[in-house]
Design a binder for this molecule. Structure first.
Ligand code: SAM
Length: 196
């Protein structure tokens, strides 16, 4: 069984509030299509749907997706969701907002999956926003380079121009015992030197 399935089975009512940084961003957001990658039970997916976004949520846990569908039904919200591993996801279209909340560390643990970040950049529409939030435990701090500005570096050196709207690390958790990197970038377009 996929490890998160068991977690969601034993914690069916986890979902909680949408990320405050996402809520605070609402005025900056261009309405349209949103993709919530590793959406879990969908606290952000449901929030965006309630704002009128056309939202797609994907997650490797079938249990989380079933719980999300149930919650959407209860709330009368229309969302599209799919049980799918990140590495198998076929984008097919661009999104105005891509949310990657509490998921990136699972990707960074497997270096061969880092190219997925480039896919995210390709499939963000011009003027669209990428929202990444990643909590770091002490151990992850040691092994991942997020504290040294990894995301900023990857986005800045991509084929696209980005406005890095936020990139900071804050203490979080009830005991303030872990740190969270919040990274929000707006796609401005393709870099001039990348145009044919
Ligand atoms: C800590 S939960 C966060 C859920 C949600 N984004 C939120 O913030 O409430 C991490 C989620 O990422 C999903 N996940 C982790 N690695 C994944 C992968 N490679 N493909 C798809 N989903 C993945 C897990 O199934 C889990 O639901």
């Amino acid at each position: 069984m996929y490890s998160f399935d068991l977690w969601y089975l034993t914690n069916p009512k986890l979902e909680g509030e949408a990320d405050e940084e996402l809520v605070n961003l609402v005025d900056e957001l261009k309405k349209g299509k949103a993709l919530d990658i590793g959406c879990g039970q969908g606290r952000n997916t449901l929030y965006l749907a309630s704002l009128g976004y056309e939202v797609v949520g994907i997650d490797g846990s079938n249990i989380a997706i079933l719980q999300l569908m149930e919650n959407a039904k209860v709330l009368g919200l229309n969302i599209e969701c799919e049980t799918c591993f990140i590495s198998d996801f076929q984008f097919g279209e661009q999104f105005d907002l891509i949310v990657f909340s509490y998921v990136l560390h699972y990707i960074l643990e497997r270096p061969e999956q880092i190219s997925f970040l480039y896919k995210i950049m390709d499939y963000t529409s011009v003027d669209g926003i990428v929202f990444i939030k990643v909590p770091l435990t002490e151990m992850q701090l040691e092994s991942l380079s997020l504290k040294e500005g990894l995301l900023n570096r990857i986005f800045t050196h991509s084929h696209y121009e980005w406005e890095i709207m936020y990139d900071y690390i804050k203490l979080s958790g009830e005991k303030k015992d872990f740190e969270t990197n919040v990274f929000i970038a707006r796609k401005l377009g393709i870099k001039e030197n990348q145009m044919n």
